[in-house]
Write a protein that binds this ligand. Sequence first.
Ligand code: HPA
Ligand code: ZN
Length: 350
Amino acid sequence: MFKVHAVATVNLPKLLREMPKAELHIHIEGSLEPELIFALAERNGVKLPYANVEALRAAYAFTNLQSFLDIYYAGASVLLHEQDFYDMAWAYLQRAAADHVVHTEIFFDPQTHTERGVPMATVINGLHRACADAQTQLGVSAQLILCFLRHLSEEAALHTFQEALPFKDKFIGVGLDSSEVGHPPEKFKNVFALAHAHGLHLVAHAGEEGPPAYMWSALDVLRVERIDHGVQAVHDAALMARLAKDRTPLTVCPLSNQKLCVFPDLKDHNIGQLLDAGLCVTINSDDPAYFGGYINDNFVQTFEAAGLTAQHAYVLARNSFEASFVTEAQRQKWIHELKLCFERFAEGDH
Ligand code: HPA
Ligand SMILES: [Zn+2]
């Protein structure tokens, strides 16, 4: 492992902000800022149950996952046309580029839109066009992961998957999100097996609010390659050992966990414990417009609260590339650039 001795005295927030990184847990509908929600509502003639941006923002006081999801789905109701999906994704991708995100794997929730009568083509083509433009105009590599809503049935997920298959070249994997407790991963065994047979990558939210048993079934029934959140793993020593041995990545989202009261405060977050146990932990924003920060805000605030170091910064950024679904050659190129960045800081560029 590359050792970060010489950067012990660096300006850590600057290093965190400027180091190259991958973001692997971002719901594109969760990047919709209140200003854009109101602009799209106006453009599309959609009536919102909030008087203005301030009133909407004031409603962002969550007590758990469900209290957030209710507002998150309401916000997504302004998305109707392909350009709306493009504009939402483009706004996020510009923010990501500013945060030195060189690669991002973006979740989207097609059922939130198709259930309202928006065609699958509208959703995927708008998002995909923004991803393609991110590569050419921002130098950011961006891929899409289609998420099934776990509060709906597996039949609905299978139907959604069939609808998305004509666009299979425009997304790289499938995931599982929405209300966790009461909707264990095994409910989606068949649709994940089908997605695997189509050569897609597999991920799932598990262990955000739900028990370690949901992480076991995500691994052993769904056969996922990464677990989204996974912070409840600390309650199961055998699970921790399994995750460490297999280096199954966890896409941790500290500000999300704080805002949804998974932990009382950022200083109570268990990211230090997960890192100390040798797990392949990454830091991500989840739903940045709702949780008060994009990826760099997550890094800076978490490092301050948990007392993490430049060595942790290197490990977390390296983990983000290790955990990403890119070619080995691409992964090594970014890890090399990460090392160069740390060497620059060690030489006094701070
Ligand atoms: O953190 C989350 N958990 C589950 N579903 C979600 N959909 C958006 N964000 C989340
Ligand atoms: Zn999430």
